[in-house]
Design a binder for this molecule. Sequence first.
Ligand code: SF4
Length: 238
Amino acid sequence: MAMWNPWRGCKKCSEGCLHCYIHKGDARRGIDTSNVHKTKNFYKPRERLKNGNYKMKSGIVYTCFSTDFLIEEADAWRDECWRMMKERQDCTFLFLTKRIERFMECIPEDWNNGYENVVVCCTVENQKNADDRLRIFSKLPIRYKCITAQPLLEKIDIEKYLDDAELVVVGGESDYSARSLDYSWVLDIREQCVRKNVSFTFRQCGTHFIKDGKQYRIETKVLCSQAKKAGIDFVSDS
Ligand code: SF4
């Protein structure tokens, strides 16, 4: 597993961005997050060791986790990234986006039905964004599709968009003033996934977590482990 951030910086574009961890971290360090710029790691997938081997190991590469891969400001740089992804067939590149409506204008000419080694995760947080984005996402030529509902802000129905999804990831928000996550919403999405035989992962509880009508405050360091303890992940048998 590797991380690759060819650029950094982002602009809030959605309700789920309210407590974006990148903006929060940058604010503490006095960095202007809206300044989208290439990083020194831009060519990381292509860098080699003295013995000729690639520096970046084979396997999953979490791409653009401190920005959005489809952000407009990176339009001039993205084609080079696609070329590097194509070159590294030993890696699987995975990125998340809240800008899926830009997808078709961002792909390379030889994309066809999608590169075999690219996983695209469409992020949604409420019913409106789920309908707007997943309606588009479900029709896009992408080999491997994931849906991320984190931070989940309300009960959502996404069942009709699950036909070609590989995985749905659900989680709450982590922040002092986080919006609450109701466990019943999580279970409801899980049921939708089970009915459609789509894998499901409960990634993290929310700082403010509601279960059986009771509100809990959960420490940041155990948000993920508590979700795992729930034992509700589902693996598709297809
Ligand atoms: S799109 Fe993602 S990275 Fe960009 S502001 Fe929103 S939450 Fe942060």
